[in-house]
Design a protein around this ligand. Structure first.
Ligand SMILES: C[S@@+](CC[C@H](N)C(=O)[O-])C[C@H]1O[C@@H](n2cnc3c(N)ncnc32)[C@H](O)[C@@H]1O
Length: 328
C-alpha cells in the first residue's frame, strides 16, 4: 500500500516544494495560520497537509493544535530551502511541473514504446524553445547532480591529468566543483549554444572565468575538444545504443593514451535487482526520450571495450549514482 499509494506522499512533498513551504520556513517556526497566510492558501487542508509532512519526517512540529509551530527538519533546511547552497528542490519542482503528469501515462509508454512528455521525445528542442523551461531544467539537473560532482571532485585522483572537458556540461557545475578543488586543471564545459549564457553566468558567479572555458557545439556533429579527462553527466542515458556508442567513440578519439572517460549516472547493479532509483530512472528515460535508457556497469564495460578502451571500473558517488570510468 505504501508503494501503491506512494503518489499521495510524493505529490504532498512536490506541492510543498512548489509552494515554497520549506523556503518560507527557512530557519524559523511558524503556526499553521501564519503559513497559510504567507503561502496564500485556504484553511481547509492546512492541518492535514502540514501534519502529513510531519509524519513523513519532512517537517518538525512543536506543540499541538492551532498554536503548534512548524519548522524545517535538518534535511529539509539543507536540501529544500532555496537559500541553502545545497538546494535540491529544483528537480522536485520540475517533477511537479512536468514529470508527474507525464508519468501518469506510463501505461501508454509501455504499450506504445514512445515518450510521453510534452516534448514528444525531443527534449533538447523543447527546452530550447522556452528560456524559463530551459532555466528550470538546468537548475533541476544541478540540484540532482551537485552532490555527485562534489563527490567525484573529492574522490577521483585528478593529479595525473592537466585538462578536463565536460560534454553536455549544462550550467558548468561539474567543471566548477572540479576546478575549485584542483587548481592545476584547465576545464572546458561543452554544450549547445542555447546553454552557453547560463554556463558563463554560473562560472562568473563562482569567480572561475579564467579556469573554465565555455565551448558551444553539437556533440553529434562536432568533434569533442581534446582533453585528458572527458566527463559526461547523465548524457549517455538520454540516447539509444547506437548514439551511446557514437558518443563513447568520440570521447575515445578525443582522449590521449592513458586518458579517461567518466560517465556520472545512476549506474544499475549488474544483477538489475538493487538500484531501484536507477531502474526507475531508465523508465523515466522512456517517458522523456522514448529510446534512451540507463545501464549497468557490465554494459558500460562492454561498450567501452568495443570502442577501444583498455579497462573500466565503477566508483560509487552519492546515493544511487556512480562514476563509470573507462581508461584508454
Ligand atoms: C540530462 S542533461 C545533463 C546535464 C549535466 N551534464 C548533468 O549531469 O546534470 C543533458 C545535457 O546535454 C545537453 N545536450 C543535449 N543534446 C546535445 C547536443 N546535441 N550537443 C551538445 N549538448 C547537448 C543538454 O543541453 C543538457 O545540458
Amino acid at each position: 500500500m505504501q508503494i501503491g499509494m506512494g503518489f499521495w506522499a510524493s505529490k504532498t512533498l512536490l506541492t510543498a516544494v512548489k509552494l515554497g513551504l520549506f523556503s518560507t520556513l527557512h530557519d524559523r517556526a511558524l503556526t499553521r495560520s501564519e503559513i497559510q497566510e504567507r503561502l496564500h492558501l485556504q484553511e481547509r487542508g492546512m492541518e492535514d497537509f502540514l501534519d502529513a509532512l510531519v509524519s513523513l519526517h519532512l517537517l518538525e512540529r512543536d506543540g499541538v493544535g492551532p498554536d503548534a509551530r512548524y519548522r524545517n527538519t535538518e534535511e529539509t533546511a539543507c536540501f529544500l530551502d532555496r537559500a541553502s547552497p545545497a538546494y535540491m528542490g529544483s528537480i522536485l519542482e520540475m517533477a511537479n511541473d512536468r514529470l508527474y503528469e507525464a508519468w501518469g501515462r506510463l501505461e501508454r509508454a509501455l504499450q506504445t514504446g514512445q515518450a510521453q512528455n510534452e516534448a514528444n521525445g525531443d527534449l533538447p528542442a523543447f527546452l530550447a524553445g522556452d528560456p524559463d523551461r530551459l532555466h528550470q531544467f538546468m537548475e533541476a539537473m544541478a540540484g540532482v547532480q551537485r552532490g555527485n560532482f562534489v563527490a567525484l571532485a573529492e574522490q577521483f585522483d585528478f593529479t595525473p591529468y592537466r585538462t578536463l572537458c565536460d560534454i553536455g556540461g549544462a550550467s558548468g557545475l561539474l567543471s566548477i566543483e572540479v576546478a575549485r578543488r584542483h587548481p592545476h586543471l584547465a576545464c572546458t564545459t561543452f554544450d549547445l549554444p542555447e546553454v552557453s549564457d547560463i554556463a558563463r553566468q554560473t562560472i562568473a558567479r563562482h569567480g572561475l572565468r579564467d579556469r573554465i572555458a565555455v565551448v558551444s557545439g553539437d556533440f553529434f556533429q562536432d568533434d569533442f575538444p581534446p582533453a585528458d579527462v572527458i566527463t559526461m553527466g547523465n548524457i549517455l542515458h538520454d540516447w539509444n545504443l547506437d548514439r551511446k556508442l557514437l558518443l563513447m567513440d568520440k570521447a575515445y578519439r578525443a582522449l590521449p593514451e592513458g586518458g579517461v572517460l567518466i560517465a556520472i549516472e545512476n549506474i544499475i547493479d549488474d544483477a538489475r535487482r538493487e538500484n531501484t532509483f536507477g531502474l526507475l530512472m531508465s523508465l523515466n528515460m522512456l517517458i522523456e526520450t522514448g529510446d534512451g535508457f540507463d545501464y549497468t556497469g557490465a554494459d558500460f564495460d562492454r561498450w567501452a571495450r568495443h570502442v577501444g578502451f583498455r579497462e573500466t571500473y565503477i566508483m560509487p558517488l552519492t546515493g544511487p549514482t556512480s562514476a563509470a570510468v573507462a581508461v584508454k
